[in-house]
Write a protein that binds this ligand. Sequence first.
Ligand SMILES: *[C@@H]1O[C@H](CO)[C@@H](O)[C@H](O)[C@H]1NC(C)=O
Ligand SMILES: *[C@@H]1O[C@H](CO)[C@@H](O)[C@H](O)[C@H]1NC(C)=O
Ligand SMILES: *[C@@H]1O[C@H](CO)[C@@H](O)[C@H](O)[C@H]1NC(C)=O
Ligand SMILES: *[C@@H]1O[C@H](CO)[C@@H](O)[C@H](O)[C@H]1NC(C)=O
Ligand SMILES: *[C@@H]1O[C@H](CO)[C@@H](O)[C@H](O)[C@H]1NC(C)=O
Ligand SMILES: *[C@@H]1O[C@H](CO)[C@@H](O)[C@H](O)[C@H]1NC(C)=O
Ligand SMILES: *[C@@H]1O[C@H](CO)[C@@H](O)[C@H](O)[C@H]1NC(C)=O
Length: 246
Amino acid sequence: MRVLAAILTYAMLAPAVLAEVHHFNWTAGWMYGNPDGNARRQIIGCNGEWPWPTIRIKEGDTIELYLTNGMDNQTTSLHFHGLFQQNTTIYDGVPGATQCSIAPGQTMLYNITVDGQFGTTWYHSHSDAQFMDGLRGVLIIDPKDGKYPYDYDEEVVLTLSDWYHLGVDYIRPDFMNRFNPTGAEPIPQNLLWNETRNGTWNVKPNTTYLMRIISMSGFVGIYVYLEGHDFEIVAVDGVPTENLRS
Ligand SMILES: *[C@@H]1O[C@H](CO)[C@@H](O)[C@H](O)[C@H]1NC(C)=O
Ligand SMILES: *[C@@H]1O[C@H](CO)[C@@H](O)[C@H](O)[C@H]1NC(C)=O
Ligand SMILES: *[C@@H]1O[C@H](CO)[C@@H](O)[C@H](O)[C@H]1NC(C)=O
Ligand SMILES: *[C@@H]1O[C@H](CO)[C@@H](O)[C@H](O)[C@H]1NC(C)=O
Ligand SMILES: *[C@@H]1O[C@H](CO)[C@@H](O)[C@H](O)[C@H]1NC(C)=O
Ligand SMILES: *[C@@H]1O[C@H](CO)[C@@H](O)[C@H](O)[C@H]1NC(C)=O
Ligand SMILES: *[C@@H]1O[C@H](CO)[C@@H](O)[C@H](O)[C@H]1NC(C)=O
């Protein structure tokens, strides 16, 4: 009887607890890091760590995120790539357009209910090119009912980016310069997979993977090819596609 009552109570409560509020309290600050293993340099970390944490929520959930600017020499902001931001444009994170920059020492609340969309995306600073200095992370929104409109056995996250041994403030002067009239881009020192050169992925036979591929690149367009395996693009920027396999 008691068991049954517990089950009933749970069943009654379940709909009410479906949408969750996810709390984050983050400080962006300068720290040293060496993502490619070849050069220690200053990067922008989250609460003294890098890479930045993955945000994973369900459609209908709310992100309540306090971002404090712990950098003493730059303003900052946080943009959530591809979110519709219906009725919450003030949290779209674009300084000068939807918000004032977050000044050093200041905190801003981003309070976003994500609805009507799901999929793989990322968040990043929208100030200057701070995402190239490390202020970026993975954002995954699962469908409300947990069911994706495509079949797979397992999933894997794969972020990709170019990486420079110099910070943005040192790259920019040569790039945005009248002596660079063709806009020749800086040459990266490395490419990162999952923010490292040492990522490994043990692939099982006869398994269909949902690869959540996210380009966090500043300049470089990166092509991904897995030799001897079929690829089917099932969604782009959180929008399910028709079968694009050639
Ligand atoms: C965030 O963390 C800071 C430092 O630990 C703390 O002072 C502040 O009260 C926290 N804010 C929230 C909203 O939790
Ligand atoms: C990758 O592994 C090698 C060998 O263990 C190590 O020397 C290097 O620092 C590592 N690189 C990164 C980016 O962790
Ligand atoms: C701010 O400080 C960081 C860390 O010392 C440095 O790498 C960056 O270039 C500085 N940015 C500016 C605009 O001075
Ligand atoms: C946005 O606000 C309008 C007007 O109050 C409302 O009709 C609409 O449902 C809201 N949209 C969302 C996604 O909250
Ligand atoms: C976030 O927005 C919701 C909906 O407008 C509101 O109920 C809630 O109080 C807000 N959270 C904070 C911390 O302001
Ligand atoms: C990439 O990083 C994510 C988050 O740390 C991890 O879940 C995933 O397995 C990694 N993928 C690969 C291919 O290393
Ligand atoms: C993979 O599937 C094929 C076709 O169903 C089967 O012949 C093969 O034995 C499977 N291989 C493994 C390692 O399970």
